[in-house]
Every structure is written in C-alpha cells, then in structure tokens.
Design a protein around this ligand. Structure first.
Ligand code: IFM
Length: 447
C-alpha cells in the first residue's frame, strides 16, 4: 500500500443510502417516494426489482453496525429517507420515522462509529413530485423545512452533515435522460431542477449552520473526467457540455458563485436577483464520489445533444465493466484541490460485480480488492502532491438496490443473500479492515 503518512484522524468509512438498503417502504408510516413509483413502472429498473425489501436494514441495522465495528471503520455515511420523516414531504411529521434514525444514530455512537448524515440521496417524496418536485422553486423551502426537522432532532449527536448526494446524477438522469426518477426528458425542467436544487443546498446549509452547533457541513459531488467517445473531434462539443453538466453545474455555483458558461446562458431565465448569493454559502469540505472516466457522444436526438459514449474496447475494467483509470482519480483530486481550495473527503469509491459465495460459502471478490488497491494508491499520490484529503468511504457497505439496474449489480463489502438476508463479509471486507488497522498502527500518535 503506497499511502503517504496518514494523519491519525484520517476517516475510514463506509457509505450507503436509505432507499438502496432500508426496505420497509410501507412500514411505520413511511410515505412513497419517486423511486417507489419508478420501480413500479414498466422498464423503470433494468432487472425489474425494487427497493421494497432491499437489505432489510430497517430491521437489521444492529447487525450491520456490528459488521462495521468488526471492520474497524470510524464513520458511517447513511441517508435519511425524507418520506420516512415527512410522508407527504411537508406538513405532518411521522414520529416512527424520526425514531428509527434515533435508534440508528445511538447504536452507531455506542459502537464508536461516527454518523455522517446525508439529507438527500434521491428519494424525493412522491407527494412533492406531484407538485412539480425540483422543477418548482418552492422545493428549496420544502427542503429547508425538512433539513430543519432533521437538524433539530439529530443535531445534538450528529455533527457531520451532507446536504445532497451527487446533484448532477439525479438531476441529469431524472430530468433530461430518463435513467432515474422522476423520468422527465425536458430541457426547461432540467434547468429549473438544477437551479432549485442549488437553492435548496444553500438554504439547507443556512439551516444546519443555525441549528447544529459545531456542524461540519459538506456536499457530495460526483466528478469524473469526460472524454469524447473514440477520441473523435465530432464528439468534443458533447464532452464539453456533458462536463459542464456532470462536473461543474453544482460545485461552481455553490463554491465559486457562478454557473459554468454554457449552463449560465441557458439557466438565466430561472435565476432571480440574489440567487447566487443564496446558493454560495460557506461549507467545510468537498465530498467527492468517483468511479472512472465517462465518455460522451454527439447525438442530436437527445435533450442536450449528447449521450453516453462507449468505453474504449481496450480500457481496463473490473466487475460490471466500468473503466478503471486510477490516475484520473488522482488527477481529479488535484484538480478539485486547485479549483475549490478546500479539504476533500472521498465519500464514495468502489466497484460492482456479480459476486456470489463459492461452495465453501466464501465470497472471493479479488477484482474489488484490486480496484481498491489501485484507487487508494492513487489517492496517496494525490495527497503527496498536495491534495488535502481527509477521509475515504467505500461504496458500499452492503450489496444493495442499484437504481437503474436493480439488485443484480453488487457493490458491497458484505454480500447480501436477498432471499435469506444472510450477510457474508467478502474478501474485500477483510482487506479493508486490514488496511485500516495497518494505517492506524503506522499513524498512531506517539504516547
Ligand atoms: O449506487 C450508487 C450511489 O447511490 C451513488 N453513487 C454511485 C453508486 C454506484 O452506482
């Protein structure tokens, strides 16, 4: 392991999100979300599965926390399901939903694991989507009220807060491409969603700052280098525009106070006086979710004239076939450091596969261990070159419901048998535990 001298307080964590693991979608008063709706639409999810049960974490969270304790992770990033707290998104509060996260947080703290709470990981209450969802300017206020409820309830014990997970994925896929809920394909809706989500982020930061003493607030951005498919010049404009949407449309306004040029021109009709100051609120760190590079191809028949290009045939891939370019991870970390000048936490990194237990019941996910080795080495290189990286969270603690592809793509350190709910830590879980132990040993402060 080629990591530099790691500070003792470096955070080693694991991430999940509510809809992907909790299950219990109709239990204890939870309202429906836009993902419950999408899972019931023909073709909404590749393998036709749903998050109805997923990993049944709603009931099995003590076992999952025990697994994390065993691995030695110091932090757990989870998301709160907005429709569990507010079944219709606003108005009546669901006490049982609030209680669930109390139990989860208390159990984490007892296990010595710091809770990192994401407010929004894509499960918008359906009742709010019925009112326009993120295309409505009112959404910023709905989100602020929800943030207020969560901050008041959990802020005594939770100090690490994240407004949103991967802004550009759920807005682009949900409002321009129809790869995610709510499945709209319309430029105006997409532009409005971008701007209103940015406003909601700013409003959420203000709420958290005001209500949680000592809060450490971040937002999580997916950043991946965008390359023209086949290296062809005719795909360059598509790559440039996808780059603005994927990598810049949220961190630039939130941290620099302006939209990137092409989006700035298109979004102008929806921006009101004072909005950029409402969006650009001081936060404490940059959350980076990174997998591999993405490829763009010009396609005049799409909402924005670009679509996802093919990965080059000779690109190295692991597991589900995503390209593996650890140098680009190092370069992203350095690029973020230079552009935004703030501490970075890697809040997701990992790879999917079709991992199954062998005859002895072991899950030997060598491909994932190889992935983690080269990616954590790349993180070490970035740190040596000056990137201020303070933590690393694996995606994902458990195999889970993987949005558009359903339960068939497995990203977990822990295998989940969806029939029996049996948890089996994979070889990668043991590898991660050993990495954490060895880094801790070598970085322990002198007695
Ligand atoms: O499962 C997702 C997660 O919800 C957001 N980031 C990417 C992961 C893998 O696709």
């Amino acid at each position: 392991m080629a990591l530099p001298q790691i500070p003792h307080d470096f955070v080693w964590g694991a991430s999940t999100s509510a809809y992907q693991i909790e299950g219990a979608v109709a239990e204890d008063g939870r309202g429906p979300s836009i993902w419950d709706t999408r899972c019931r639409m023909k073709g909404g999810v590749g393998d036709g599965t749903t998050g109805d049960v997923a990993c049944d974490h709603y009931h099995r969270y003590p076992e999952d926390i025990a697994l994390m304790k065993e691995m030695g992770v110091s932090a757990y990033r989870f998301s709160v399901a907005w429709p569990r707290l507010l079944p219709r998104g606003r108005g009546a509060i669901n006490q049982a939903g609030l209680d669930f996260y109390d139990r989860l947080i208390d159990r984490l703290l007892e296990a010595g694991i710091e809770p990192w709470l994401t407010l929004y990981h894509w499960d918008l209450p359906q009742a709010l989507d019925d009112l326009g969802g993120w295309t409505s300017r009112d959404a910023a206020g709905w989100f602020a009220d929800y943030a207020c409820l969560a901050a008041r309830r959990y802020g005594d014990r939770v100090k690490r807060w994240i407004t949103f997970n991967e802004f550009s994925v759920f807005t682009l896929f949900g409002y321009a491409i129809n790869w995610a809920a709510p499945g709209v394909t319309d430029r105006v809706s997409h532009l409005r969603a971008i701007h209103h989500v940015n406003l909601a982020h700013g409003a959420g930061v203000d709420v958290l700052r005001g209500l949680v003493p000592g809060a450490s607030i971040g937002a999580i951005h997916n950043r991946q280098i965008v390359l023209p498919e086949g290296g062809k010049p005719e795909n360059q404009a598509a790559a440039d525009l996808l780059n603005e949407h994927w990598n810049l449309a949220f961190p630039d306004p939130q941290l620099l106070g302006h939209y990137p040029p092409q989006i700035a021109r298109a979004i102008e009709p929806y921006v009101q006086a004072g909005d950029m100051a409402r969006i650009c609120r001081p936060i404490d760190w940059f959350g980076l979710n990174h997998y591999g590079p993405i490829f763009a191809r010009a396609d005049a028949d799409t909402t924005w004239g670009f679509t996802w290009g093919e990965t080059p045939e000779d690109a190295p891939t692991y597991g589900v076939g995503w390209p593996v370019f650890p140098d680009m991870f190092r370069d992203e970390l350095l690029a973020i450091s230079r552009r935004y000048r703030m501490p970075i936490y890697v809040t997701e990194n990992g790879c999917g596969g079709d991992d199954q237990p062998d005859a002895a019941g072991q899950v030997n996910d060598e491909h994932r261990i190889n992935f983690f080795k080269v990616y954590t080495d790349a993180m070490g290189e970035a740190m040596r070159a000056g990137a201020d990286v303070r933590g690393y969270f694996v995606w994902c603690l458990l195999d889970n419901f993987e949005w558009g592809s359903g339960l068939s793509q497995r990203f977990g350190l822990v295998h989940v048998d969806y029939q029996t709910q049996k948890r089996t830590p994979k070889a990668s879980a043991r590898w991660y535990a050993e990495l954490i132990r060895s880094v801790r040993r070598s970085s322990a402060p002198a007695a």
